[in-house]
Design a binder for this molecule. Structure first.
Ligand SMILES: *[C@@H]1O[C@H](CO)[C@@H](O)[C@H](O)[C@H]1NC(C)=O
Ligand SMILES: *[C@@H]1O[C@H](CO)[C@@H](O)[C@H](O)[C@H]1NC(C)=O
Ligand SMILES: *[C@@H]1O[C@H](CO)[C@@H](O)[C@H](O)[C@H]1NC(C)=O
Length: 364
């Protein structure tokens, strides 16, 4: 009877989970550990792939609340929530991912490593597993938020990526990654798109590839606020170099778009080693204007024309900041195009222009 009344109460609460979390009712909440406050007992469907928290997870046959706090604290990402389930599972996140029902008062499974912490390590209601969530009450804790714009770069939100088919073409080293360090690295090379991913990766490109699409804005980071769309994972990882900024998520990019005009700080090299610039020519990935791509390491105009000369080619072309091409004739689709299409800066020398996407800075 007692249990039944809790479940009836629970379903009455189910549509009011948001309200319950913003203003938790004082229903048999377990004692809060130092630095954290307990919230409300919630369903956790990790067994069905729909966990309450997805940020970090570990299982421990001797779990205590203190060990779960230490685990969440030790992650590279700063988490504001942790959850304990079934007496032995610990997870951390900055969002509530999949919420089904709150079951106030039913988190009464003892922690496996300290049975006296009753009420702190989740529970069970019929076949449902329940989690005890806690929220950090640490005034120095930094909540990461999305940077909407930086300099000449405009934030476009969260876009999907995949390890096997990248949305942006080039991964660059942006040091201790922040949004600022990443867009600066991409700008140096004349790219029009920049993206931060997985808290620490910086990607640059000139167009989105492999069907990458808008995935949603980074939202729901307000205190106690829930994400309404249960799409885990999300762009919610703090940047390695600045925990107050969001740097994408797992296989998710926070994308930025360049709004300025290139090149910045670089110019077309008119002559190099006896070779003379012929202007900017079109190229395409499916049909090449120059026949041979050569590897010259850190690409500059000088290193490229020297490589083509040493292989007895008469035409050299630099493309996409980092490619060196050689040939003896200008094949289709190569025709002169506006110099503005050749706006990228050489990877090997930031004062030189090295073509653009599908655009060759040509030398003879
Ligand atoms: C507050 O949180 C930060 C980041 O997790 C941590 O480094 C710091 O030790 C915490 N301070 C207190 C007083 O708990
Ligand atoms: C992005 O997601 C769409 C489906 O919404 C998929 O077709 C596409 O391949 C994904 N792209 C990348 C780069 O992951
Ligand atoms: C970036 O901005 C330009 C113009 O400012 C726009 O034409 C282009 O579509 C934008 N790129 C993306 C991926 O939104």
């Amino acid at each position: 009877m007692h249990r039944l009344s809790f479940l009836v109460l629970a379903s009455a609460f189910s549509t009011k989970v948001l309200a319950a979390l913003v203003h938790p009712r004082n229903l048999d909440l377990p004692a809060s550990p130092p630095g954290w406050k307990s919230i409300i007992c919630l369903e956790d469907n990790r067994a069905f792939g729909l966990p309450l928290f997805t940020g970090a997870f570990y299982a421990d046959s001797a779990l205590t609340i203190e060990k779960c706090i230490a685990f969440c604290d030790s992650q590279p990402v700063s988490y504001r929530y942790m959850g304990l389930t079934d007496g032995f599972e610990c997870s951390c996140d900055n969002f509530f991912e999949y919420i089904f029902e709150s079951v106030p008062g039913s988190c009464n499974t003892p922690c496996s490593g300290n049975p006296s912490e009753v009420g702190g390590c989740g529970g069970k209601a019929d076949l449902q597993r329940l989690a005890s969530p806690y929220q950090r009450i640490n005034s120095t804790f930094v909540i990461p938020t999305m940077v909407s714009s930086v300099g000449l770069w405009n934030g476009l939100g969260c876009y999907n990526d995949s390890v096997s088919a990248r949305a942006l073409q080039v991964r660059v080293d942006a040091g201790q990654t922040t949004v600022e360090s990443c867009v600066a690295a991409c700008q140096t090379q004349g790219f029009s798109l920049a993206g931060v991913e997985f808290g620490r990766e910086c990607w640059c490109g000139s167009q989105l590839q492999h069907g990458s699409k808008f995935f949603g804005n980074s939202d729901g980071i307000q205190d106690g606020r829930l994400r309404q769309t249960p799409n885990a994972p999300f762009c919610n990882m703090a940047c390695q170099g600045n925990p107050s900024e969001i740097c994408g998520g797992p296989a998710l990019l926070n994308l930025y778009n360049f709004t300025g005009t290139y090149p910045i700080g670089a110019s077309v090299v008119t002559t190099a080693g006896g070779w003379t610039s012929q202007g900017c020519y079109s190229d395409s990935v499916s049909s090449r204007t120059l026949e041979r791509r050569v590897d010259v390491g850190s690409v500059t105009v000088e290193s490229c024309v020297a490589a083509c000369q040493s292989q007895s080619f008469t035409i050299a072309g630099l493309e996409y900041a980092q490619e060196c091409w050689c040939g003896n004739e200008i094949k289709s689709p190569g025709v002169p195009i506006s110099q503005s299409a050749c706006h990228q800066v050489c990877i090997g020398d930031s004062t030189e222009v090295c073509g653009g996407p599908n655009a060759l800075q040509l030398y003879r």
